[in-house]
Design a protein around this ligand. Structure first.
Ligand SMILES: C[S@@+](CC[C@H](N)C(=O)[O-])C[C@H]1O[C@@H](n2cnc3c(N)ncnc32)[C@H](O)[C@@H]1O
Length: 326
């Protein structure tokens, strides 16, 4: 029988966000823009009130945070175990003590994922010590991965560059990746990391770029290359309506917004995944406009640099991404 969960301490926030690396300010600006009140900041954690839910610039959002007074290491471990089995330590303070608590919890093996991979279905909570005797724990987090970072077994031979990792992560979060018989339009495809992923999945790929694909990919039977402007392609130019539209084109967010809006409208049943590249300081208003598109989600992937990934999936996922609240 699990022991009883002790009463949590009163708190004045409803979400704790772990900022994406180097994007702390972008996260705070995003939260303020969407009407959240930032009430505290500790390290890379931002404590906010009023607009709960995942944030785009967060690696992980702790959605049900609670604080507990704990008398000892054993006491803290008992509190956590009484809530649920799986916890990841995100150390905040009293690091050694926090690690001793983690050592007393049920072990979890974080093995690298072999793509295509499933998002773990078991909930993974996050915890840390705010003080010697003050435990912060959230059994519900936006990401099922430790600190929001899926780690993949890399392929150092097949793809022409490392961009494939970004699409592996995006398609893992999408849950239902493309497969045989699907038509994927890959905009800004060169040298072909994404095209390689899609072709490996058995999909037919229409790759568009001003530059060439790696010769090995260009020669693949499932890959058709169109040399030209990715912004000039319309659905009428294609022999078959695409099931997926993917873009990794480098362009200003306003142009990418127009691209996202067009393809979401032209192919309402398709999955759309677009990298939203940012230049310099991020304008939260500009980024927020992407969420005006029906079923849109935005997320900073661990493989993203100064950019976000836009998703418009038929099931309105992935749940890890920020979405427009009603
Ligand atoms: C970040 S790279 C894409 C990497 C690619 N996803 C991969 O996995 O290898 C951006 C690509 O966008 C292409 N690009 C930029 N503007 C473009 C445009 N207007 N039309 C077509 N391609 C464009 C560039 O030539 C470049 O190959």
């Amino acid at each position: 029988m699990p022991s009883e969960i002790p009463a949590p301490l009163p708190i004045h926030y409803d979400t704790v966000h772990l900022a994406a690396e180097d994007h702390y300010e972008a996260l705070v600006d995003e939260l303020v823009h969407r009407g959240s009140c930032v009430v505290d900041e500790i390290g890379s954690l931002v404590f906010s009130r009023d607009a709960p839910g995942p944030a785009a610039w967060a690696r992980n959002s702790w959605l049900a945070p609670a604080e507990y007074r704990v008398q000892s290491i054993g006491d803290a471990a008992r509190v956590l175990s009484s809530i649920q089995r799986n916890w990841h330590l995100h150390s905040i303070a009293h690091h050694r003590r926090a690690q001793l608590i983690a050592d007393r919890l049920a072990p979890i093996r974080f093995r690298p994922l072999d793509f295509p991979a499933r998002v773990p279905s078991a909930p993974l909570g996050a915890f840390g010590l705010l003080d010697r005797d003050r435990l912060l724990a959230s059994p519900v987090c936006s990401s099922a991965f430790a600190d929001g970072r899926p780690v993949f077994t890399e392929d150092r031979h097949g793809p022409p560059n490392r961009a494939y990792l970004k699409l592996w992560e995006a398609l893992t979060l999408a849950r239902n990746p493309p497969g045989p018989g699907d038509v994927c339009l890959d905009l800004g495809a060169s040298p072909g990391g994404w095209t390689w992923v899609l072709s490996q999945l058995g999909a037919d790929v229409i790759a568009v770029d001003r530059a060439d694909l790696a010769p090995k990919l260009a020669a693949e039977a499932r890959v058709t290359m169109h040399r030209g402007d990715a912004f000039g392609v319309t659905v009428e130019d294609l022999d078959r309506r695409p099931d997926w539209i993917l873009s990794d084109v480098i362009a200003y967010p306003t142009r990418l917004h127009a691209l996202a809006a067009y393809w979401c409208r032209a192919c309402p049943q398709a999955g759309v995944i677009i990298t939203v590249k940012c230049q310099g300081a991020v304008d939260p208003t500009e980024i927020d406009r992407f969420l005006d598109i029906d079923k849109a989600r935005l997320r900073h992937l661990s493989a993203n640099k100064h950019e976000l990934t836009f998703f418009r999936l038929p099931d309105a996922g992935p749940p890890e991404g920020a979405s427009r609240r009603p």
